[in-house]
Design a protein around this ligand. Structure first.
Ligand code: ATP
Ligand code: MG
Length: 363
């Protein structure tokens, strides 16, 4: 088997700082676990604009299409706020998602025991929580036509269209069922089939895919509003949740708050299988470039490190090594190590970004 390839795009703000810690982890795997990666590094976002006048150079795009996985830090910052829309840092990320056709966005909400008191909910509701929200990422109301602001009967009207085809629903449903098979075997599909045509089709297609190919997985359906309530009331009833682009946007942010800090949350965006059978994939922390703390050694590298753990699991078939890395994070937190974002009112001395990375490697 050839050495697995990884394209690293650190990006802007705290992106390069947290990515430095991931690079240490990758080096550790090569040296200590005989698991080398063929790593190349390139620019995306504001730093790519500074050098090339575009947030994503064509050569970088081409590289992203060739590698086994892309790992991205964060893009953007105040320096680029006044740029023309077409060259904004975020456009670089959107181009990657679009051209790689990454239709399934995976956002785990996992509550580490040491941080359970950080949740917006009671400890007993979230301790041990481990759920995965699969959000459809390339279609739905953010893309449907017609869209725009029009004149009608003498007033303006803003229009967006929720639109899903059977094949779009089919492929994201399959991604969710495949995931459930590797987890506890349960999928809850969320839509609003009570009031939306796209919701009726969504439920129909998910039910059909389930019956035809995934009868071993337990499937339930819930209206998205009821789902939001259940996520806050009793989140541990869920394992995998699959939902559309709009509901997934909202539900995954709500789920994020169950777990504590933005600095803890990884994500994966997956596309169609490549020749090696593994999906096209881009991994990134949920947080942005956090310009307010950039360059100060205050950023929490855990979200980015856990994003690499997801890459180990979903792109490199190294589930045991992913668990090893996640356990190291858990152990370090249990031992009391904290970056500033994880400091409670009890105080203490926080670790720097690099110290947190070192502690995880040691563990
Ligand atoms: P974007 O528009 O790029 O998503 P945003 O405005 O949503 O950015 P983030 O950059 O994600 O915001 O960060 C919001 C705040 O959360 C930051 O200002 C920072 O204080 C905090 N934060 C985000 N990520 C981290 C991290 N890894 N470690 C510590 N604090 C963080
Ligand atoms: Mg944001």
């Amino acid at each position: 088997m050839s050495t697995p390839s990884l394209l690293i795009l650190p990006g802007d703000g705290i992106g390069p700082e947290v990515m430095d810690e991931v690079t240490k982890v990758i080096d550790w795997y090569g040296a200590k676990r005989d698991l080398p990666f063929d790593v190349s590094t390139d620019l995306v976002g504001g730093c790519a604009y500074d050098k090339h006048g575009t947030p994503l150079h064509d050569d970088t795009m081409a590289k992203a299409q060739e590698v086994d996985a892309v790992l991205l830090g964060a893009v953007g910052g105040p320096k680029y706020d006044d740029l023309d829309f077409s060259v904004k840092p975020e456009r670089g990320l959107l181009r990657l998602r679009k051209e790689m056709d990454l239709f399934a966005n995976l956002r785990p909400a996992q509550c580490f025991d040491a941080l359970a008191d950080f949740s917006s909910l009671k400890r007993e509701v979230v301790a041990g929580l481990d759920i995965m929200i699969v959000r459809e990422l390339t279609s739905g109301i953010y893309f449907g036509e017609p869209r725009g602001i029009f004149e009608e009967n003498g007033e303006r009207v803003g229009i967006n269209t929720q639109r899903y085809t059977t094949s779009e629903i089919d492929r994201v449903a399959r991604a969710a069922f495949e995931l459930a098979r590797r987890r506890s075997g349960k999928v809850c599909s969320m839509e609003k089939a009570n009031v939306m045509e796209s919701g009726i089709l969504w439920r129909e297609v998910v039910t059909k895919v389930h019956a035809e190919s995934y009868a071993d997985v337990e499937l339930s359906h819930m209206y998205a509003d009821a789902g939001a309530m259940q996520l806050c009331r009793n989140p541990k009833q869920f394992d995998v949740i699959v939902t559309d682009n709009l509901f997934g946007d909202i539900l995954s942010d709500a789920a994020a708050m169950l777990t504590g800090s933005l600095g803890m949350l990884p994500s994966a965006s997956l596309g169609a299988p490549m020749a090696n059978g593994r999906p096209k994939a881009l991994y990134e922390p949920v947080h942005g470039s956090a310009p307010d703390i950039a360059g100060q050694g205050k950023a929490n590298p855990i979200a980015c490190i856990l994003s690499f753990a997801m890459a180990l699991r979903y792109s490199f078939d190294q589930g045991d090594e992913a668990t090893r890395l996640e356990s190291a994070v858990e152990a370090v937190l249990a031992g009391g190590a904290r970056t500033p974002d994880l400091m409670g009112p009890e105080g203490g001395t926080p670790l720097t970004t690099a110290q947190m990375g070192d502690a995880i490697i040691k563990a």
